[in-house]
Design a protein around this ligand. Structure first.
Ligand SMILES: [Zn+2]
Length: 316
């Protein structure tokens, strides 16, 4: 059995590649994503980078068992399609698995970033030892993945675990790419928490957030987090509002699946323990069963490599 596997994580900002021996990463490269690139050019580029990564370790594609690729999209795992992506528009409806396989001549598997991060955290990260867990990626957007009975659950079309578009409010939120206002992503994602802070400051609210961001258009969760550390009232409001709706999201998930192991990762968690504590408190407030069966909220351990590691794990 060939022992080398290559993982690819196509992100909205950067593309990471990793050469794995077993589950250990032995070489790694990353470069910036060109979101305007056509699908054919993108696949040519990925195939080229895969060859180069192997060659840099003295290997050829003959030595590679397979390639796993993660895309920031709805992915139909069975058919190998990128169904819908908000980042790299040219990939919509493209048979990315077959396109890569034609170019590389090795088995190729594709899935979305949330599912693969869930798989990686389940096998090698914070979720080790739990047969049932829900992974939540709290980032610019909100995504996730479900591990049910020890396996990644993909649903009927490969789109299970898209927890960010769960409808949690009909009174607040911004219009989301999914077509609704009031999904948890439209309230609690990094993008829309920052947008809420911007709007409040535009309306005349004074806040240290603006001092840390420099300009209104530069406001991000980093600036919110720094203002939170000096007890800025608006930062506290932004964070509490985001955390409340995440708590509702986890509560709804618990009601459906009777799973109370939640692994959370992503850049928004850098807001720190006050944000996380508030999110957990919101969950516990809503959950009837939490006193009897207290939920475990576990910080993800694999960081920005989670989807990349999951992509490699998928090749087995
Ligand atoms: Zn949405």
């Amino acid at each position: 059995m060939k022992e080398y596997v290559i993982g690819i994580d196509v992100g909205g900002t950067r593309i990471q590649l990793g050469l794995f021996k077993g589950s250990e990463i032995i070489a790694e490269k990353q470069f910036l994503t060109d979101k305007e690139i056509g699908a054919t050019e993108m696949m040519d580029l990925l195939a080229n980078r895969v060859r180069k990564l192997a060659a840099a370790s003295g290997l050829t594609l003959e030595d590679i068992r397979g390639v796993g690729a993660s895309f920031p999209s709805y992915v139909d795992y069975e058919k190998g399609l990128c169904v819908e992506t908000s980042n790299i528009m040219s990939l919509n409806d493209q048979p990315v698995r077959d396109m890569l396989r034609e170019r590389l001549g090795v088995p190729v598997y594709v899935d979305n970033d949330g599912n693969l991060a869930a798989l990686a955290e389940h096998e090698l990260g914070a979720g080790r030892g739990y047969d049932n867990l829900i992974y939540a990626e709290l980032s610019t957007g909100i995504g996730g993945g479900l591990i049910l009975n020890g396996k990644l659950y993909r649903g009927m079309h490969g789109m299970a675990g898209e927890i960010g578009h769960m409808l949690v409010s009909d009174s607040i939120g911004y219009p989301c790419g999914c077509g609704v206002i009031g999904c948890v992503q439209s309230i609690s994602s990094g993008l829309y928490m920052a947008r809420f802070a911007m709007d409040r400051i535009k309306e005349g609210e004074e806040s240290r957030i603006l001092d840390y961001a420099g300009t209104i258009s530069n406001i991000d969760t980093l600036a919110v987090g720094r203002a939170l550390n000096v007890n800025d009232p608006l930062a506290l409001e932004v964070v509490n509002r985001g955390a409340e709706y995440l708590g509702r999201m986890f509560h709804n998930l618990n009601q459906i699946f009777d799973i109370n192991v939640f692994v959370y990762g992503g850049g928004v968690t850098n807001l720190g323990h006050r944000f996380i504590d508030r999110m957990i408190a919101a969950y516990r407030h809503h959950s009837l069963m939490d006193q009897k069966y207290p939920a475990k909220f576990l910080a993800a351990e694999l960081g920005h490599r989670a989807s990349l590691v999951g992509a490699a794990l998928m090749v087995r």
